[in-house]
Design a protein around this ligand. Structure first.
Ligand code: DGJ
Length: 732
């Protein structure tokens, strides 16, 4: 891994063993991107920019009609000085002008990677793991400096990018757009992959050919949202799961975002990603600096599985932090779908006791334990135990359950406030609202104004009061509505457009404080399921409830789509009852378990209502997951068959040393006359012999990958099969 500045060519070359990223300073200090892709040893301008007069493209130098910012592959394009494509940033000046002109000023290359103040970001544990390049660009007229930051890792094929804008001038500047990354490709022969969805239908995969103009995904919901994920990939038409080029972009941020791909009039492609400029601005007083969140760009020539393995490894080892990063996660039982709001201490203890008998490790008390919360109409904000439900208090319940030998976890929705709550009665101004306007409620609740420090500190105290001196070791952190009525009582009018971003900074401040204070607590993020399942949250919370949809068939797609970017260890996945509460489907318990075992495993059903036979099956499932979870949670994940393309799904998990693997196959609807399927596993050691732990038969890794294994026909809907293989020296 190295970053080389060639002072003759004026090029920056970031390189590790697989990828290269090259920029060049041209003409009077403009910075352009000249290459991103498979590693090259030395860049020597074989693809030099061809300049010629393009008629309608304006020229900064009146004597040179061949040079226009409208046609060059800019690295961080400005608005208003000749480039008519979508700009990477825009800054409003005191005289009303929005035009800027950035030129190269200086650069700095160093080992390691800096922390981004107040923001989640990938990190290094040793400076030798990465190198960082900072390029300072300057608009001399207004005293604006823009520092472009690039980190390349030795072991991950990514470029981590972010930008900081500083006002070194005399007059205040108003940032109205500040992308975290921008790149121009001198071609448009790509297809675009994005992730879209809705509540209980998260992370569907969309793939389409690029067309001229802008295609974009965004959120203006105040959270990264289930509607569109802050992710996009450009691929070739023949790119598959295992071969072909992928350029991808993922935002390490949990709020409003935009990700745009623009194919311009000359068939160049620009990609930008950053905070959504719609309803955003940020005032920079003299001397102040604004730091954007980070974008993780990857390049893979091994298709989408290659891209995913890069994200999985980076995120699980250098984005996720804390005690639980490298720890096997407990198998939990959650009472939400078992009881909803209708529980008392006895009911909870019965479920926990039965769970313990089955081998479950963690009991999670979901919504309804505080205030007078018998439905979703009240009490958010009043984090005080409801003595009607738990007459002996929370500690008594926690003690009873931990005495069983189980861990205890609890649900909060700290960012919200119910109008029917003491918190609201005492602090109505703490909710986001516009004076004299009616507030929009969502799930009968309002959103707390996390742009205010006193509100953040209240949340830290309220959650700390419950967690301090208690044996609680897990928190489910929920967030069940999106932001409206965005206005803050604490901000001056010209700063109101900062509120949505300040909210996210407030959220990160809270999470930093709580996860630092309660290092022994495992935090699981949730936003009505996967409504805020993003890289920003992974920095604070090592796992996320993937979807409120717990139906095994729907989950195949949801988990397949989520796995494009996020590793299985981050995906909360539970076995629930049938008929399923979200879609009414009846699927076999075995299939439900195999789907849930493909992530961070748990149960969410009333154990008092299940048969002895089912209990025996669950016992076996739990014992099995304990044997394979090190492979599922820390191994490599390979998608094999897509539920988006077929009536099937399949994937396999391979341990890091490739001595063990787990394969899974799912058939959704039974099909008459279908051929016998062989399934080819992926990522095995071709020179290793693996024993099928069920049949004891031994096969070479090469045979299992190239010939495949027979999947027997079962004449039923919704079937699944799980294989376990282990390295052996025996070969028959
Ligand atoms: C939405 C979550 O996604 C559910 O799992 C559950 O915690 C409910 N909220 C509780 O209100």
């Amino acid at each position: 891994m190295k970053i080389v500045y060639d002072s003759v060519q004026k090029t920056f070359h970031l390189q590790n063993k697989n990828i290269s990223y090259v920029m060049k300073i041209i003409k009077d200090g403009y910075l352009v991107n000249v290459y991103f892709g498979k590693k090259i040893n030395k860049y020597n301008e074989s693809n030099s920019i061809a300049y010629y007069d393009r008629g309608f493209s304006p020229n900064p130098d009146p004597l040179d009609r061949t040079f226009s910012l409208d046609t060059i592959p800019s690295e961080y394009p400005a608005y208003g000085n000749g480039d008519f494509r979508v700009p990477a940033f825009q800054v409003e000046q005191k005289n009303g002008s929005r035009v800027t002109d950035l030129r190269y000023k200086s650069h700095n290359i160093y080992d390691g990677k800096k922390k981004l103040q107040g923001l989640p970001s990938t990190y290094v544990e040793d400076e030798a793991e990465a190198k960082t390049l900072e390029i300072v660009m300057e608009d001399k007229l207004i005293g604006l400096t823009v520092t472009l930051m690039y980190t390349i890792y030795i072991d991950f094929d990514v470029i981590a990018r972010s930008v900081s804008l500083k006002n070194n001038g005399e007059e205040e500047l108003n940032i109205t757009r500040a992308m975290s990354a921008s790149i121009d490709y001198r071609e448009s022969n790509f297809e675009l992959i994005t992730l879209y969805g809705a509540h209980i239908n998260e992370k569907n995969i969309a793939r389409r050919k690029l067309v001229p103009g802008i295609q974009m995904v965004e959120s203006c919901r105040g959270a990264s949202s289930p509607e569109q994920a802050p992710f996009l990939a450009l691929v070739r038409s023949d790119t598959s799961e295992d071969s072909g080029e992928v350029y991808s972009f993922n935002f390490v941020y949990s709020g409003n975002f935009t990700a745009q791909v623009q194919v311009d009039q000359f068939s160049n492609t620009r990609v930008i990603m950053g905070i959504n400029p719609s309803d955003f601005s940020w005032l920079l007083q003299k001397g102040e600096e604004f730091q954007t969140p980070e974008v993780i760009m990857t390049y893979s020539s091994d298709g989408l599985n290659g891209m995913s393995r890069t994200y999985h490894k980076l995120y699980s080892t250098r984005l996720c932090r804390g005690t639980f990063r490298d720890k096997e996660r407990p198998i939990l039982i959650n009472n939400w779908e078992a009881t909803y709001f209708d529980f008392n201490a006895d009911k909870i203890k019965e479920i926990a006791k039965s769970g313990k008998e089955l081998g479950l490790e963690l009991f999670v008390l979901d919504d309804g334990w505080f205030g007078t919360r018998d439905d979703d109409q009240s009490s958010l904000g009043d984090w005080i135990v409801d003595k009607n439900k738990l007459p002996n208090g929370l500690d008594d319940l926690v003690n009873d359950i931990t005495n069983l030998g189980m861990q205890f976890g609890i649900w909060f929705e700290p960012e919200m406030i119910s109008e029917d709550s003491d918190l609201y009665r005492n602090h109505p101004d703490w909710a986001l609202h516009v004076p004299n306007r009616m507030c929009t409620v969502g799930r009968s609740q309002l959103v707390l104004d996390l742009s205010r420090k006193e509100v953040c500190d209240y949340i830290i105290d309220a959650v700390s009061n419950i967690l301090s001196n208690s044996k609680i070791t897990y928190v489910k952190w929920d967030m069940n509505r999106h932001m409206t009525d965005i206005w803050s009582e604490a901000s001056e009018p010209k700063r109101q457009k900062e509120t949505a971003h300040r909210y996210i900074l407030g959220l990160y401040y809270i999470l930093e404080a709580l996860t630092t204070k309660f290092k022994h607590v495992l935090f699981e993020g949730c936003s009505s399921g996967g409504g805020r399942f993003d890289a920003g949250m992974i920095y604070y919370m090592p796992q996320t409830w993937t979807s409120d949809n717990s139906d095994a068939v729907c989950r195949l797609k949801i988990q397949y789509g989520t796995s494009l970017v996020y590793p299985p260890i981050t995906m909360g996945a539970h076995v629930s009852t049938v008929p399923n509460h979200q879609v009414g489907r009846i699927t076999p318990l075995e299939t439900r378990a195999h789907v849930a075992m493909s992530g961070n495993f748990g149960y969410e059903l009333n154990l008092m209502n299940i048969s002895q036979e089912e209990k025996e099956m669950m016992k076996e499932q739990i014992a099995l997951y304990k044997k394979i979870r090190h492979i599922i949670q820390f191994g490599d994940f390979y998608r094999i068959l897509s539920p988006f393309d077929t009536n099937e799904a399949a994937w396999n998990f391979v341990s890091n040393d490739k001595t063990e693997f787990v394969g899974m196959y799912f058939k959704i609807l039974s099909e008459p006359g279908s051929s016998i399927r062989t399934l080819k596993f992926k990522g095995l050691n071709p020179d290793c012999y693996y024993e099928n732990l069920e049949t004891k038969k031994v096969f070479g890794g090469d045979e299992l990958m190239n010939v495949g294994i027979t999947v027997n026909i079962v004449v039923k809907d919704f079937i699944s099969k799980l294989w376990r293989f282990k390295k052996t020296s025996r070969m028959e």
